[in-house]
Design a protein around this ligand. Structure first.
Ligand code: FES
Length: 138
């Protein structure tokens, strides 16, 4: 199994690790099969994601994809973050082995879960905007 330089870099030197204490949205998603858990914290100001941090208890690819996902959404609008797909995360990392693609789905869903929490806190039903949050299937 081969990992790209970028995956190895984001695994050994993950960006945006940690928590945001006064986060505007917090998401959590797990994969029941591998037992990995990802937590995502977002700071949102006027519809812009001004900060994003994560904590991932999981495999190396889960760490690398959550690191890349936070980098991709920081400074972006909520709309752009909602369009973030796991494929975009994988592409930004120069690819992942096929058996590790589901790890990138965890990152995609963690972002959506945090945005869903953000809307819930605003008293807005997140379902029509964010859609269902689902565990990665394999
Ligand atoms: Fe569980 Fe990668 S093996 S997220």
């Amino acid at each position: 199994m081969m990992y790209s330089e970028k995956v190895l870099d984001h695994f050994s030197n993950p960006r945006n690790v940690g928590e945001i204490e006064d986060a505007d949205g917090v998401g959590e998603i797990g994969n029941a099969k591998c037992g990995d858990i990802m937590k995502m914290y977002l700071k949102i100001d006027n519809g812009i994601i001004t900060d994003a941090k994560f904590k991932t208890f999981g495999c190396g690819a889960a760490v690398a994809t959550s690191s890349m996902a936070t980098e991709l959404i920081k400074g972006k609008s909520i709309d752009d973050a909602l369009k973030l797909t796991n494929q975009a995360v994988v592409e930004a990392l120069d690819g992942l082995p096929a058996v590790k693609i589901h790890c990138s789905v965890l990152a995609e869903q963690a972002v959506r879960s945090a945005l869903s929490d953000y809307y819930t806190r605003q008293g807005i039903d997140p379902l029509p905007i964010v859609g269902e949050i689902h565990e990665p299937e394999e």
